[in-house]
Design a protein around this ligand. Structure first.
Ligand SMILES: Nc1ncnc2c1ncn2[C@@H]1O[C@H](COP(=O)(O)OP(=O)(O)OP(=O)(O)O)[C@@H](O)[C@H]1O
Ligand SMILES: O=C(O)[C@@H](O)C(=O)CO
Length: 424
């Protein structure tokens, strides 16, 4: 029997790195948090304040994203969650059709609600929103590396314009002149627009303190949507009254082999791969060879087998934007992405079979493919490596496995070398 009644937040995440990112924020705030890989088929016991259901719906056709998100939402509703949270990327990754708008619309309808907020700000990672425009560090979203994202290139920083065509709801901006005055002013502003059709309010935020004020102002809302910065605010508002449990668990871990599998092509990951190759051995997945039917998976596994140990090996498809574009031109965007994901996930699975038990995976789609292939169904949150990236612990085929699912744009240049020091 599932323990019901004390679930504060039921969260649906549109990718796996994002799921561990948001779970990390809730866990660090003192909420007992677990990540489920999809909706469980069994009737397991889960004693948690926050359950994050990780989906891989960011780039699926909208209808599929809606269906899977609603299955997860209904399952969380069945556990009696007090609040619901739709976690998407802090760079608002979406296509012209979705999936942020369609999923938010469907969740609102399912919950019988007519209003929610959209708040991708994540100040700890340099994501801020001002006048409805999303900034990545010092530049607008469309001037950041996200312009060249392989699957969800972002060419407009204005979230009202991005979300408008994706959603049936009216999109309104709650701008910083209101937000900076705090929760009461925001709530007063909200009162003037409530009750007037279905709305999604894009909320400005520049700092963590703003996110606490925003969560406080909207604390009676049932559905929240955003990146994980909003979870920082929501956790602090929900914790008032003393729901706090133990902070995240650190596990006693055996020492196993180490590997990094990278399918992210972000600016940050390209730098991290380059930094690791300066002092570590790496195997580059040749996409043309893969497309030509070559046994790249077998070669990678054979290459790695003789090198496995405590010094991590690197297997990467990570490439600069011009190379990715050329692959996409030749093979198609979705086809090249899926082909690389399939190869990297087979490699990861075979490395785990060969004794890798500490594995870093870079990239959200890549992580989704890898984690699914490992047969992992639940993750517990361990130590934080960098803002938005915790170690997580799982069982794969009955054996303990530590994973770090690194979002493409997160982490310093030496992330792949430094992360191991944070494991225990
Ligand atoms: N050399 C390559 N050529 C074409 N596509 C590639 C190549 N290397 C990786 N890919 C694909 O690019 C996509 C990268 O997306 P992924 O979500 O894994 O990384 P990311 O977007 O940087 O991470 P995040 O979503 O966490 O920000 C994947 O589908 C991957 O298979
Ligand atoms: O919010 C973020 O940036 C990340 O958690 C993510 O979703 C990247 O895939």
């Amino acid at each position: 029997m599932v323990v019901a009644g004390n679930l504060l937040v039921g969260c649906v995440a549109d990718d796996f790195t994002g799921a561990t990112d948001v779970a990390n924020i809730f866990a660090r705030a003192g909420l007992k948090t677990t990540v489920l890989i999809g909706v469980p088929e069994d009737d397991r016991d889960i004693d948690a304040d926050v359950i994050v259901v990780a989906l891989k719906t960011r780039t699926t056709p909208p209808q599929m994203a809606v269906e899977q998100s609603l299955v997860a939402l209904r399952w969380l509703r069945g556990r009696g969650a007090q609040k619901y949270y739709f976690k998407y990327c802090s760079t608002f990754d979406s296509t012209a059709k979705g999936n942020i708008g369609p999923v938010a619309d469907a969740m609102l309808a399912e919950l019988g609600q007519s209003i929610t907020i959209a708040c991708p700000a994540f100040p700890a990672n340099g994501r801020t929103v001002y006048k409805g425009n999303l900034f990545v560090g010092d530049v607008p979203l469309d001037e950041s590396g996200m312009r060249n994202h392989p699957l969800t290139p972002m060419i407009d920083a204005n979230l009202l314009r991005v979300l408008g065509p994706q959603s049936r709801a009216e999109i309104t901006g709650c701008y910083y002149e209101t937000v900076r005055q705090g929760a009461s002013a925001i709530a007063e502003w909200a009162a003037t627009i409530c009750g007037d059709g279905t709305r999604i309010v894009v909320v400005d935020a520049l700092a963590d303190e703003d996110l606490v004020e925003i969560a406080q102002a909207f604390k009676d809302f049932v559905l929240f949507t955003g990146a994980s910065g909003l979870a920082y605010g929501l956790a602090r508002v929900l914790l008032v009254g003393g729901n706090s449990r133990d902070a995240a668990v650190t596990t006693d871990l055996d020492e196993g082999y180490r590997a990094v599998v990278s399918g992210s092509c972000s600016v940050a990951t390209n730098g991290q791969v380059e930094a690791m190759l300066a002092d570590h051995e790496g195997f580059r997945v040749d996409v043309s060879k893969l497309a030509g039917g070559g046994d790249v998976v077998g070669e990678a596994v054979e290459w790695a087998s003789s090198r496995l140990g405590r010094k991590p090996v690197l297997i990467y498809a990570t490439a600069p934007p011009d190379e990715v574009k050329e692959n996409q031109r030749q093979l198609g965007v979705a086809q090249s992405g899926e082909m690389v994901e399939a190869a990297l996930s087979s490699i990861a699975r075979r490395l785990v079979e060969k004794g890798v038990s500490e594995l870093i995976v870079a990239g959200g789609e890549t992580s989704g493919a890898v984690v699914k292939s490992l047969g992992v169904d639940q993750l517990s949150i361990g130590n934080e490596i960098a803002p938005g990236v915790p170690w997580v612990h799982a069982k794969s085929q009955g054996r303990p496995l530590s994973l770090a699912l690194k979002s493409g744009n997160f982490g310093e240049r030496d992330f792949f070398m430094d992360a191991w020091d944070r494991l225990r």
